[in-house]
Design a protein around this ligand. Structure first.
Ligand code: SF4
Length: 348
């Protein structure tokens, strides 16, 4: 079958099996005059980078209820948006989100540019998001390639080069399938196929609408694609986090605006280094000269390294901290929320 046959089969499947997601309109809705809101498409795409649909969905609903338009989001306080983002991780995305919303509100009258190059000129909006918004919100024939699409394409063509080196080839092969007919639905159809049928493990080839075109299926071992290079080990680091309480309040700090978790509320910590901290070092490094006691440790994985936070716990006073009620700790990024809960559960 031709690539037209493949496109037809997949779009037909999408018409019947598209995922029902809160930022979407139903397949083919554009042809019936239904408008896709670029703000919702953009927001969902930013949230979905490195995050699953079930995890991102409540955040999407919270953001769009609180800030229904891009201009509403642009007018929000930085701290409010960062707190609402807490738990989604990759906090640089929240800062870029605000910068982009403000540029749309102030320089484009609250209206997103409707072409990929115009979208690329917005701060913090990378090539993937520009392509996704151009295709999904404006039905432009843009080549939208996320992890799901890479997997589908690598299997469809049985690409032997391993990831990540294969990325340019996968992008080129994906571009060859983009057409002028329903490009927004096409982008979402490939993503949906990857998310629900052409899954990373145990792909459901028996239910796949493009099985007759699939080279990996013919090999009998589709799961072996995409090929992967041996993973580099992530380095491990150690830090000390301090859980200081004053009655029902916990001492927090705001991290410097740049760098990892920049601008976020956090527990006070030492630097993060390759060696474990000794008990004496841990006691000396706290935010106040109080009677620190070890309170266990927690592990956390970041993209580029893993971290052990050695916990120290005390009750007392400190200067230059933000005393925060325990019930408000949910606004902390996951790593500090985990550490705070573990430290607090360790009774003095
Ligand atoms: Fe993926 Fe199997 Fe479909 Fe090929 S046939 S695209 S491996 S689900």
């Amino acid at each position: 079958m031709s690539s037209e046959g493949l496109r037809h089969s997949l779009l037909d499947w999408y018409d019947r099996h598209a995922r029902d997601l809160p930022w979407r309109v139903r397949p083919g809705a554009r042809a019936q005059g239904l408008r896709v809101d670029p703000y919702r498409v953009w927001l969902s795409e930013v949230m979905l980078q490195q995050t699953t649909v079930p995890h991102a969905t409540p955040y999407f609903l919270k953001f769009t209820t609180r800030w229904p338009t891009v201009s509403d989001l642009a007018a929000a306080e930085d701290g409010e948006v960062m707190a609402a983002w807490a738990g989604l991780g990759y906090y640089a995305r929240a800062r870029n989100l605000l910068a982009c919303a403000r540029a749309v509100a102030q320089e484009h009258g609250g209206v997103f540019p409707d072409r990929e190059d115009g979208l690329r000129s917005l701060p913090g909006l990378g090539p993937y998001t520009a392509a996704a918004v151009a295709a999904i919100a404006f039905d432009r024939p843009a080549n939208v390639v996320d992890g799901n699409v890479e997997r589908v394409i690598s299997r469809l063509f049985a690409v032997e080069a391993p990831l990540p080196a294969a990325k340019p080839e996968l992008k080129r092969l994906a571009a060859g399938l983009v057409g002028d007919d329903r490009p927004g639905d096409w982008a979402q159809a490939v993503m949906d196929l990857g998310a629900t049928v052409c899954r990373p493990k145990a792909p459901l080839c028996g239910r796949c609408p493009i099985r007759d075109h699939c080279a990996a299926f013919r090999t009998g071992a589709p799961e072996a694609y995409p090929r992967k290079s041996a993973k580099a080990e992530r380095p491990h680091r150690y830090g000390v986090a301090y859980v200081l309480t004053r009655g029902d309040h916990v001492a927090l700090i705001r991290r410097p605006p740049r760098g990892l978790l920049g601008g976020m509320l956090a527990l006070p910590t030492t630097d993060w280094r390759a060696d474990r901290w000794s008990a004496a070092e841990a006691r000396a490094g706290g935010p106040a000269p109080v009677a620190w006691r070890p309170a266990g440790e927690v592990e956390h994985g970041f993209t580029h390294f893993t971290l052990t936070l050695q916990l120290m716990r005390a009750e007392g006073e400190a200067d230059s901290v933000i005393w925060t009620p325990r019930r408000d700790l949910d606004a902390l990024p996951s790593v500090f929320l985990k550490a705070a809960r573990a430290g607090l559960s360790n009774l003095l």
